[in-house]
Design a binder for this molecule. Structure first.
Ligand code: NAP
Length: 264
């Protein structure tokens, strides 16, 4: 039987009063870069991913920079594991407030529609939509009760632009961006700001094996290159900060201009 419990296996020994930022998928790529920047901004970080070694690396990076972090592993394509993670995180942070939730873990769904089984479809929606949904349901009420908090959903350029062979992923990211607006209606009046960041092509582990496929794509990117995880993380950090205090329910696209121009 699968073990759905999230496992806190690492926590920095230095304890002080902090606000926490929960960053899913912070063992790699955009999430790791966002975790490091949010730690620089003074948040203690809940680091999560599936791979324990990569989670540990992020926790150590934060600690080496003088920050504080707790590491958890959970497979967020399992709703039971998501709920388990939420409970473990709440128990680990105790009375310290969770001020920021970054719903970043995502991916999958690269298969033609006729080859996508019901199970494959569910896995994509579980990870990209249901996990953010359940985590927001778990953490937003306490933010609303305190009267402040921030949620940043990491979508994709694919939420508005279609490409063949990734229909489930595209539909999932579009659903996530709709949730940004739904949650703004639901929690915004109680002081919680929710926004999305939509990355274009960013050079991370997830697409390392298919760099050759992006030559044509890159020709139509005004910036003339793929992005770095840190460039998306800066947008997440900004939206999570008080500098974005009047920005609610929007999508900040970080794609080098790709979605703004027509390829001619
Ligand atoms: N890179 C791009 O070009 C691009 C473009 C548009 C949108 N995005 C979005 O940006 C987000 C981050 O992607 P990335 O490019 O930074 O990819 P990445 O470097 O592969 O990182 C993905 C992160 O998500 C975690 N993750 C993946 N599946 C998971 C699961 N089932 N349960 C728990 N954690 C899981 C990974 O954990 P492990 O370490 O355990 O694998 C890792 O920490 C995703 O939502 C992705 O859809 C990326």
């Amino acid at each position: 039987m699968q073990d759905h419990r999230a496992r806190p296996f690492l926590e920095s020994p230095v304890m002080s009063t902090h606000t926490w930022a929960v960053v899913t998928g912070s063992s790699s790529g955009i999430g790791r870069a966002a975790a490091l920047k949010l730690a620089e901004d003074g948040h203690a970080i809940v680091v999560c991913g599936r791979d324990q070694d990569r989670v540990t690396q992020t926790v150590r990076q934060i600690e080496d920079s003088g920050g504080r972090a707790a590491g958890f592993t959970a497979d967020l394509s399992s709703p039971a594991a998501v709920l388990g993670l939420a409970g473990q995180v709440r128990a680990a942070v105790g009375e310290e407030p969770i001020e920021v939730l970054v719903n970043n873990a995502g991916g999958g769904g690269f298969s033609p529609t006729e080859d996508t089984t019901a199970e494959m479809f569910d896995a994509v929606f579980n990870l990209n939509v249901k996990a953010p949904y359940l985590l927001t349901g778990a953490f937003a009420p306490a933010m609303a009760a305190r009267g402040h908090g921030v949620i940043v959903n990491v979508g994709s350029l694919s939420s508005t632009m279609a490409a063949s062979g990734t229909s489930a992923f595209q539909a999932a990211k579009a659903a996530l961006n709709m949730l940004t607006r739904s949650w703004t209606a639901e929690y915004g009046p109680r002081g919680v700001r929710i926004n999305s960041v939509d990355p274009g092509y960013i050079l991370t582990r997830v697409n390392a094996h298919m760099r050759d496929m992006f030559g044509g794509y890159l020709q139509s990117v005004p910036a003339g290159r793929g992005g770095a995880p840190e460039e998306v993380a800066e947008a997440i950090r900004f939206l999570a900060s008080p500098r974005a205090s009047y920005i609610h329910g929007t999508v900040l696209t970080v794609d080098g201009g790709k979605t703004s121009v027509v390829a001619m």
